[in-house]
Every structure is written in C-alpha cells, then in structure tokens.
Design a protein around this ligand. Structure first.
Ligand SMILES: C[S@@+](CC[C@H](N)C(=O)[O-])C[C@H]1O[C@@H](n2cnc3c(N)ncnc32)[C@H](O)[C@@H]1O
Length: 370
C-alpha cells in the first residue's frame, strides 16, 4: 500500500495549455519584473574558468509543459540581449519526472519558442524540495504557480474539507507544519544554487487575512475548492465514493499569506543571512480577481465548462490518484467515477453562476542572494 509520502502532491497537469489561462496571466504579470532583475544582474562574471565566455544561467522551477514555460524565460532573454547581444544563455527547465517534457521541448524549439544558436536549453528533473542544480550555478531562478504544491501528497482525518484552508484542529496543525518545513526546504535549496548577487522570483497563489473565515484568512480559489467538496460529498452520500477515502482526502496545496512567506526569511538565521528581501506581497490578481471567469457569467454553460476545465487542469491527477482510484465503489472504475464527478461540478456551476467563483490573490517573493 502506498503512503501519502510516496505520492507526489501533483503528477503532471492535464491539457495544460488549454486550461492554464490563469497561470499564463501570472507569468505575464511578472514580465516587467523579470526584465528588471536581469538588467540589475549585470554582466555574468567568469569565475573559475575565465577562458570560457560567461553564460547567463536561468532556471524556471516547476516549469510545467506549456507555453507559460516559454513566457517565463522570454523576458529574461530579451533583457539580456539588450545589453549583451551575443553572450551565451543557458535556460534550464526544472520539473518532476512526470512533466510532459516532449511537449515542452517541442515548444522551446518551435515558432513560439526561443531557440537560438547562443542559447542552450536543458532540464533538471526532480523535486524543487531537493537541490536540483549545482552550488552557486544559477543567476536567476523563477518559480510560477508551483511552490504552493507541497512536497508530497497528504492524508488527514479531515471530514468536511478537501483543502487546507478549511481544516481544523490537528489536521490543520499538521498540515501547517508541513507547509512551513517545505517552504524552508525550498528556500534552503535555492540559497545553495543561486550565486551571490543572483535573484529568485517566486509567485504563486496566496492568502490574505480575513476575520470572517474559519481560520482567519481567505485563500485563493476558496469557492472552487468548496464546489469540489460539495460534488464529492454528494457522491459519498449517494454511495459513489467511499466516505472514508473522502474524509481523508485533502489537496496537497498551501497558499501562504505574506507573513507566512516572510517568517523564515527573518527568523531562520541561515536564510536571513542568505537572502535580502526585495519584495514579499500578496495582491489581488490584476484581472478578474473576484472570479477568474467573470467574463462568461452570462453564459452558464460556457462558465461551467471553463471551471470544470480549470479543475481538471490543476486537479485531475491528484483527484484521480487520491480520490477516484481508491474511492470508487461498487466495482465502478476511477474513470466512471471521475466522469460523474465532473458532471456534478458542471451542474453546480451552471445552476449557481458566481456562487463558487475562483478568487485569486498572487503571492510574490523576490529575493537577492547575498
Ligand atoms: C500549475 S503548474 C505551473 C507551470 C508553470 N510554471 C506555469 O506557471 O504555468 C505546476 C508545476 O509545478 C510542478 N511541481 C509541483 N511540485 C513540484 C516539485 N516538488 N518539484 C518540481 N516541480 C513541481 C508540477 O509538475 C507542474 O508542472
């Protein structure tokens, strides 16, 4: 039997380009900041091997398989080219083994990619909760919409909630401890990989203080996760999903507040020494912060289709491995169970447009390696 620690919190995303408008928006939101960081990096110093032409080394952690992985690095290439028209650049895409690497490398070399004789492309395959690159080998590290996934799948005694923000008691305390230790590990690894004067830009979903919420903060996507919970609970009530499996199922994500992101960078002596903080903030997404598909609310069928696609995009691999496969009842397959689940989710969004809207806050962390 596999334990949650054996499972990744996410296994590759489904139909990524089709369902990732929100992710692409976040990456594009940071294009100006990426350019600015590269300009401030200045020339890359030849260090141990001065006979070699110095190479700008960019790593995009949790790159995913889609166009956003190109858009994450394109502004950096552009800004470096303004100053050094022919200096070599190394772009390293870093993700888990299950990433769709073939799709990604078709894109990097395709018409919307960045391939050029002076640019080397590479991959680092593994977990960003471990060191993925050599010590002091990275000039600019980026990580978009990825670090809110915890280091492994979780299972808690958590009836009534499929996501972290509604957990109570021991389940909440245990998950908060895991999220804290993961964020520490992530930062410690990047502190080793970045060279002095290099920059790290991390941006993902965040949370903000909100006294009306059960745990005192409102987290991105709260309506969406509650819709998922309702559809799954209905299925458990009607014998489609094993209730014990549902009661222990929690998505392995944690959306930090700015304070949670900042705390280890100030209180952990090693991290405080390794990084200067340039920015740690949580802000509403610039477009449609209260409902990512607000523009479609007058067309309930399309509105529902988009939300179902969104949930499938970020959540299907997790739902399938941790809810549909172990929880399918009466000899039904995981696939049949999934089809019924998405049908119910679609129906919720069609019947109640706006009620389970996905609100989005961006957490952004910009650090300079000392
Ligand atoms: C929502 S996608 C984001 C992809 C892309 N950065 C973007 O903004 O569109 C999240 C990505 O993070 C990757 N990921 C999640 N946990 C990871 C880990 N521990 N180590 C490396 N990559 C991870 C997933 O495999 C997935 O490709």
């Amino acid at each position: 039997m596999t334990t949650p620690e054996d499972q990744r919190s996410t296994e590759g995303m489904v139909d990524y380009n089709k369902n990732s408008a929100m992710q692409q928006q976040l990456v594009n939101h940071h294009a100006g900041r990426i350019r600015d960081l590269v300009r401030r990096l200045g020339p890359v110093e030849p260090e141990l091997r001065p006979e070699l032409r110095p190479e700008l080394r960019i790593v995009d952690y949790g790159c995913g398989p889609g166009q956003s992985a190109i858009e994450a690095v394109a502004p950096a290439i552009e800004a470096y080219r303004e100053k050094y028209s022919d200096a070599p650049i190394f772009i390293c895409h870093a993700d888990q083994p299950g990433n769709d690497w073939n799709s990604l490398f078709e894109l990097t070399a395709g018409p919307s990619g960045y391939a050029a004789p002076s640019i080397r492309t590479g991959a680092a395959v593994g977990s960003f909760y471990n060191q993925m690159l050599a010590d002091s080998s990275v000039d600019l590290g980026t990580c978009f919409m990825a670090s809110h996934w915890l280091s492994h799948a979780v299972r808690y005694d958590a009836p009534g909630s499929v996501w972290f923000a509604d957990l109570q008691g021991k389940a909440r305390a245990d998950m908060a401890a895991l999220a804290r230790s993961d964020w520490n590990r992530f930062l410690e690894c990047r502190a080793r990989e970045l060279r002095s004067g290099g920059y790290l830009l991390v941006s993902c979903l965040g949370a903000v203080p909100d006294d009306s919420e059960i745990n005192g903060f409102a987290a991105s996507g709260r309506g969406v996760y509650r819709a998922v919970q309702i559809a799954a609970r209905e299925m458990a009530d009607e014998g489609w999903i094993d209730r014990t499996v549902l009661d222990q199922f929690v998505f392995g994500v944690w959306f930090m507040t700015a304070l949670e992101a900042r705390t280890p960078l100030e209180s952990d002596p090693g991290l405080a020494q390794a990084f200067d903080i340039e920015d740690i903030s949580v802000v509403p997404a610039p477009k449609n912060p209260l409902d990512i598909y607000a523009g479609f609310i007058d067309d309930p069928a399309e509105y529902a289709r988009l939300y179902v696609g969104y949930v499938r995009g970020f959540g299907h691999s997790t739902l399938n491995a941790q809810l549909f496969e172990p929880g399918a009842t009466n000899g039904r397959s995981a696939e049949t169970t999934a089809t019924e689940f998405y049908r119910r989710l679609d129906s919720l969004y069609r019947r109640f447009p706006g009620k389970y809207a996905g609100e989005i806050w961006y957490l952004t962390v910009v650090l300079r390696k000392t």
